[in-house]
Structures are given as structure tokens and as C-alpha cells.
Ligand binder design. Structure first.
Ligand SMILES: [Zn+2]
Length: 233
């Protein structure tokens, strides 16, 4: 009888101990990370900003990892972007350096930049010096993510102002014939990621370049209005 109980309780106990050890590992990692940033930051404000940036990076990495493998191509999203509500550049302009060496992407970025600039709501100035650029526009190849692009922004937690953005287009999908991306949709993807670089979040409530998937729409009046509202004061 005793051994029957032992067997009965063995499995739940094993599961519990596995969950507990995983939980403990996560807590220890979080503490180590916090301590690291505490001792490497020169001031309390920097510490806060560093933590905020790390949390943003972690959430970006987490949500854009191979978490959605079950999704099919039709569900392929533009990206999985989330950031602090209302974060933006100090003024409605930023310098941008195009670091991609792919001809299609360079053309797409230049078109997307010209289209945003034509709206008058935000101005991207293309610069030839990478070191001082506010935004770096480049590409990457990742089959594990379901995203066609991504935007990684660094925001000062104290002021909620964006300090730097890396915008990337995913070669794996956009330049792969099997996924059927037209040049227009690549431009829309670039416009979308630049929209994030401006400070826009996803908008799935209406026709918008900021739709979270599909990249079927270019910059709409509603997107221009959203940028004007964000930079109104
Ligand atoms: Zn997005």
C-alpha cells in the first residue's frame, strides 16, 4: 500500500520540483541582472533608464522569438513591437543611416523615408556617418521569428524620449520568392518600421501602415494624424 502511494505522489512531486527549480533560476538571474546594472550605472537615473531598456529588449526578444511556430505564412506579422505609450523623439525629426547593403532594401528604405517626409509630419535626414545617426536602418535574416521586420528602440525612462532606434528588415521573408512580397509591400514594411522609429504603436482598428500584419497598406491620413498628435506638444 505504501509503495502505491509513493508512486502516486512521485509524478506530481517531480513536476512541482521542476517548476520550483525553474522559478528559482529565473529569480536568481533577475537579481544578478539588477545587481549588474546597479553597479555599472553611474547614477540612480541611469540605473532606471538601463532597467527600462533591458525590459524593453527582453520583451521584444521574447515576443519575437520562436514562440509562434504554429502560425502559418498567412499569419506572418510585420513584427511584434511594443513600447512605452507616448515615447517619441524630442522634436519631429531624426537622422537616419542606411546600413543595409541590399539594393532592394536600400531602394525600399529611401522610398519609405521620402514618403514619410512628404507627409510633413516627421522628417528623416539621411546621413552618411553611422556613428552619430539617431536611427540605423539595416537588415537581418531570421527564419525562427514570424516577423518581417523589427524596430528596437532605446527610450530614456525618465523623460520618455527615444534616444536610438535600430530598424531591420528580415531578408528571410522579404527577399524570398516563396513568400511573394512585392516591392510595394517591402516599402510598406519599411514605412511600418520607420513608424515605430517615430514612436507609433500598432493600429489594427482602421486602415493603417501600422497594421500589425500583412503590410498591404502604405502611410494613411490616419497615420499622419497620429504622428501630428504625438508631436503636438
Ligand atoms: Zn510593428
Amino acid at each position: 500500500m505504501k509503495s502505491v502511494f509513493k508512486i502516486l505522489f512521485f509524478i506530481p512531486r517531480l513536476i512541482f520540483s521542476l517548476i520550483w527549480s525553474l522559478f528559482r533560476t529565473v529569480i536568481i538571474l533577475v537579481i544578478i541582472t539588477l545587481l549588474f546594472f546597479y553597479f555599472t550605472s553611474s547614477s540612480k537615473a541611469d540605473f532606471g533608464a538601463a532597467i527600462s531598456e533591458q525590459i524593453h529588449k527582453i520583451s521584444t526578444t521574447f515576443f519575437s522569438s520562436d514562440f509562434n511556430l504554429r502560425d502559418t505564412m498567412s499569419k506572418l506579422s510585420t513584427d511584434n513591437y511594443e513600447h512605452e505609450q507616448g515615447s517619441r523623439w524630442d522634436k519631429n525629426k531624426a537622422t537616419i543611416y542606411i546600413a543595409s547593403s541590399d539594393e532592394t532594401f536600400i531602394k525600399a528604405y529611401r522610398t519609405a523615408i521620402a514618403n514619410w517626409n512628404a507627409t510633413g509630419s516627421f522628417t528623416f535626414n539621411i546621413v552618411s556617418n553611422k556613428a552619430g545617426a539617431n536611427i540605423i536602418a539595416t537588415d537581418y535574416s531570421d527564419a525562427k521569428t514570424q516577423a518581417a521586420g523589427l524596430a528596437e528602440s532605446e527610450t530614456n525612462a525618465a523623460t520618455n524620449r527615444i534616444s536610438h532606434v535600430d530598424v531591420k528588415l528580415n531578408r528571410y521573408y522579404l527577399l524570398n520568392e516563396n513568400y511573394g512580397y512585392s516591392f510595394d509591400r517591402i516599402v510598406h514594411t519599411a514605412e511600418h518600421e520607420l513608424g515605430h522609429a517615430i514612436g507609433l504603436n500598432h493600429d489594427d482598428s482602421e486602415t493603417s501602415v501600422m497594421a500589425s500584419s500583412g503590410s498591404y497598406y502604405g502611410i494613411q491620413d490616419t497615420d499622419v494624424a497620429a504622428v501630428k498628435k504625438l508631436y503636438a506638444k
